[in-house]
Design a protein around this ligand. Structure first.
Ligand code: GDP
Length: 480
């Protein structure tokens, strides 16, 4: 998502940067380019107009000052960055927990928006934070919705209240009400109620969702919207807002290749923040929505903060501390350490997604490399290391021809794969040594095969030049 918008923004700024001192004509020109890019991405016209109006008025009032700065184009870039953050909602909005538990969360939206999957993702997210959620199956309409919720609940260890079989049988209002009582009895601190959607907005759907709402008086009504739908998503959101009302939006399918118009328009049009975003079909493909981080990604600055958080979550503190001590004490980095790195990387999820958070990931060359990245490579590499004996892992120098061929057989790979892994590992080990003795540069984790070369984004260069700390967290992380 946002790829074409991102490319257009980066193109527009590249030409602005080549200009040096800026005249008001230059501002008009980039405003036109940005306007066309936003419209092309399916952003609602009213949102585009107010964005451009604001951009012009903010730059006009500081044009003289802009030209005093060492790089006026970058000052305009900062204005666009903060405007983008603003239209995406400004700051992240978290679930408001009820003073008296349980906190009741009602999910609404069209059928196929991803509500049931989202119920599971949200339950896992809240459980991981120490809550005790209960899922309630009040979508009694869509075929298999109840079973789907039960399956997802089981996979994440969250109980599901599902007294009715669904598929058109049962009263969803009664299920929601009884689910709430059940949660109170069993001391669940959060209740997530999945409701039925239709393929299009209709009066019956609205009336049912409203009845459930009135019966359980939720603390948060979340409107789940498929970001792939574009402008239609925004229109439907308005209908839901009038018919049922909601407190925040959840965007699903942000991993798709739609142009991103819904994401950029929905907060401005409905006045409600985007609270969460889902980026895939797995329960872990889900996170709090951070407007500033999303703006950074659109502008090609990457999302270092999310990347750092995911890395921190994947490396347990014991492993990290062990590696650090080893490194500091001058011990060699071994294939066992390498294996724990690979395991942590696997826990972090899709490599393509992770690398996509790096600055410049949407730029042509790197995008192509990311598209060609083989997700299975980590598993294959892991299987090679796992086929080695402890001695071989500790001292790869013992790996002669017959050992290599045994490892290749054991891992179902070719001897050339084993050779290339050993070679990459030996190089990485050398780099680690150089770093320790202060002679080296930056080492990428050695587990990354065929690592794309990371181009330096223009804005990363900007950040390096600046002495002051940026207000944008992604850029601040880059500065550090
Ligand atoms: P519901 O009718 O609103 O309950 O929709 P579902 O939860 O059944 O989701 C509809 C389809 O979208 C399913 O095939 C899901 O696996 C898929 N889906 C849901 N969220 C995402 C997402 O964030 N990304 C992708 N790629 N697919 C998703």
């Amino acid at each position: 998502m946002f790829e074409s918008l991102s490319a257009k923004f980066q193109g527009a700024f590249a030409s602005l940067r080549s200009k040096g001192r800026l005249k008001s004509d230059d501002i008009d020109e980039i405003a036109l380019e940005i306007r066309a890019a936003l419209l092309d991405s399916d952003v609602a016209l009213s949102v585009v107009d107010s964005f451009i109006g604001e951009l012009k008025s903010r730059t006009a009032s500081v044009l003289d000052d802009l030209n005093k700065s060492t790089n006026p184009a970058n000052a305009v870039f900062e204005i666009v960055n903060s405007l983008l953050t603003e239209i995406l909602g400004g700051s992240a909005r978290r679930i408001r927990l009820a003073k008296k538990p349980p906190t009741v969360i009602l999910l609404t939206g069209l059928q196929g928006a991803g509500k049931t999957s989202l119920a599971g993702k949200l339950a896992k997210y809240l459980k991981d934070q120490g809550n005790t959620p209960l899922l309630v199956a009040s979508d009694l309409q869509r075929p298999n919705a109840v079973t789907q919720l039960q399956v997802v609940g089981e996979s994440i260890g969250v109980p599901v209240f599902a007294p009715e079989p669904g598929n058109g049988v049962g009263d969803p209002v009664k299920v929601a009400k009884n689910g709430l009582s059940f949660a109170q009895d069993k001391l669940h601190n959060i209740v997530i109620v999945d409701t039925a959607g239709r393929l299009g907005v209709d009066a019956e759907l609205m009336a049912q969702a409203k009845k459930i709402r009135d019966a359980i008086n939720p603390d948060e009504v979340l409107y789940v919207v498929d970001a792939m739908v574009g402008q239609d998503a925004v229109r439907t959101a308005q209908a839901f807002q009038e018919g049922v009302g909601f407190d925040a939006v959840v965007l699903t399918k942000l991993d798709g290749d739609a142009r991103g118009g819904a994401a950029l328009s929905i907060t401005q049009v409905t006045g409600k923040p985007i609270m969460f975003a889902a980026t895939g079909e797995k329960v872990s493909d889900f996170d709090l929505f951070h407007p500033d981080r999303m703006a950074s990604r659109i502008l090609g600055l990457g999302d270092i903060q999310t990347l750092a958080e995911q890395a921190k979550g994947a490396f347990d503190s014991d492993t990290a501390a062990k590696l650090e001590t080893k490194f500091a004490s001058g011990e060699d980095f071994t294939l066992d350490d390498f294996l724990s790195q690979l395991e942590a990387m696997k826990k972090m999820g899709s490599m393509t997604k992770l690398l996509g958070m790096l600055p410049g990931a949407n730029s042509g060359a790197m995008k192509k490399q990311l598209e060609q990245f083989d997700e299975g490579e980590l598993v294959k590499t892991q299987s090679i290391v796992q086929s080695m004996t402890p001695l071989e892992r500790h001292d790869p120098k013992v790996l002669n021809g017959s050992r290599r061929s045994r490892i290749a057989k054991g891992s179902g790979r070719q001897v050339s794969d084993v050779n290339s892994l050993v070679e990459r590992f030996t190089q990485a080990q050398k780099v680690m040594k150089q770093m320790r003795t202060g002679k080296g540069g930056i080492a990428m984790p050695p587990g990354l095969p065929n690592m794309p070369n990371l181009p330096k984004s223009p804005s990363a260069q900007l950040v390096n030049k600046k002495k002051s700390r940026s207000g944008n967290p992604a850029k601040r992380a880059l500065e550090s």
